[in-house]
Design a binder for this molecule. Structure first.
Ligand SMILES: [Zn+2]
Length: 79
């Protein structure tokens, strides 16, 4: 009986340890909204992802129009 209790305590502490490792107490804080353009979403023409315009990579296409990309990889693909 005592042995089962010991295993239960061991298992419980192990679960707590694992869950603490998987879920750190401090979640990354969301970036503060920019005052200029709060929450403006633009679509990446390569992969279709919507990106915050203040954080998107910008490039001009051949027609001189501004295009927004989620990553450098997508910007390279568009060329
Ligand atoms: Zn993309």
């Amino acid at each position: 009986m005592f042995r089962y209790l010991l295993w239960a305590v061991l298992a419980f502490s192990l679960v707590r340890l694992v869950s603490r490792l998987l879920m750190p107490r401090r979640a990354p804080a969301p970036p503060p909204p920019t005052a200029a353009e709060p929450g403006v979403l633009v679509q990446d023409p390569v992969c279709g992802t919507f990106v915050d315009r203040s954080r998107a990579l910008v490039a001009k296409d051949r027609m001189g129009e501004m295009r927004y990309f989620c990553s450098e990889a997508c910007r390279q693909k568009s060329r």
